[in-house]
Design a protein around this ligand. Structure first.
Ligand SMILES: [Zn+2]
Ligand SMILES: [Zn+2]
Length: 236
């Protein structure tokens, strides 16, 4: 089985990240992971700190820095470094993991950071995979009809992500895909969760296919009870 992290930040791009991209990759390699998806934060506030103003191309050149460093290190080690984004809209503090995209897609869709969840879903739902990260961490109302899936266990140790509420939402909506993520920002966050697959995941498009086909299992020892209950959902 191959092991993949689906939620990870780099210090070079995410303001809240404390670990260099290359160090993240090396640590995950040491833990036996075959790969990881870099999901650095993308939203108005972080872009405003990047000093790229209204030049979307310049912003993306800057934004992609962490991912590109991770990729470079991954190539040395034979790791699959997958591209993803943790997107937030100005409307509130909900975060969405976007899979099934590449660097070019980002360049071609300027200022998606200025949209809202409803218009983003309406426009891109057939094109990309939208997973609600830690749905209940920052809010009580989750617009689950505008996502394809839920992160049922977010394993970041410094936040109360209220995963049990995410589980309840997943149970009530069995059609939503389910993922887990370590949400690794600092040393010690890494390797708390994974998806396990029979085949390798070379890129973000393959990741989208794996999730939508259901060809993976969730792994997260800390939230074993949540995963057990998720298993039961899929057998309904
Ligand atoms: Zn963060
Ligand atoms: Zn995150």
């Amino acid at each position: 089985m191959y092991r993949y992290e689906l939620h990870l930040h780099t210090m070079e791009t995410s303001r809240c990240g404390h670990v260099r991209a290359a160090d993240q990759v090396r640590t995950y390699h040491g833990l036996g992971y075959q790969g990881l998806c870099v999901t650095d934060h993308l939203h108005r506030e972080y872009l405003s700190l990047m000093d790229c103003h209204d030049d979307w191309k310049a912003c993306m050149d800057r934004y992609l820095y962490g991912y590109r460093l991770a990729r470079k290190e991954g190539e040395q080690l034979g790791m699959d470094i997958i591209f993803g984004v943790e997107l937030r809209f100005p409307e509130n503090e909900s975060d969405y993991l976007i899979f099934g995209i590449d660097e070019n897609w980002l360049y071609q869709h300027p200022f998606i950071t200025e949209m809202d969840h409803q218009s983003f879903f309406d426009r891109f739902k057939d094109e990309v995979l939208i997973i609600h990260a830690h749905p209940y961490r920052n809010n009580d109302t989750v617009f689950y009809d505008c996502v394809h899936g839920l992160e049922v266990a977010n394993c970041n140790p410094r936040h109360d992500s209220r995963n049990e509420l995410a589980l309840a939402l997943a149970k009530a909506n069995p059609h939503l895909f389910r993922t887990v993520g370590s949400d690794a920002h600092r040393k010690g966050d890494e390797g708390r969760s994974a998806i396990l697959t029979e085949v390798r995941i070379p890129d973000s498009y393959a990741l989208k296919d794996i999730i939508t086909s259901g060809a993976y299992t969730l792994w997260c020892p800390e939230y074993e009870y949540i995963l057990k209950e998720c298993e039961a959902i899929s057998h309904v």
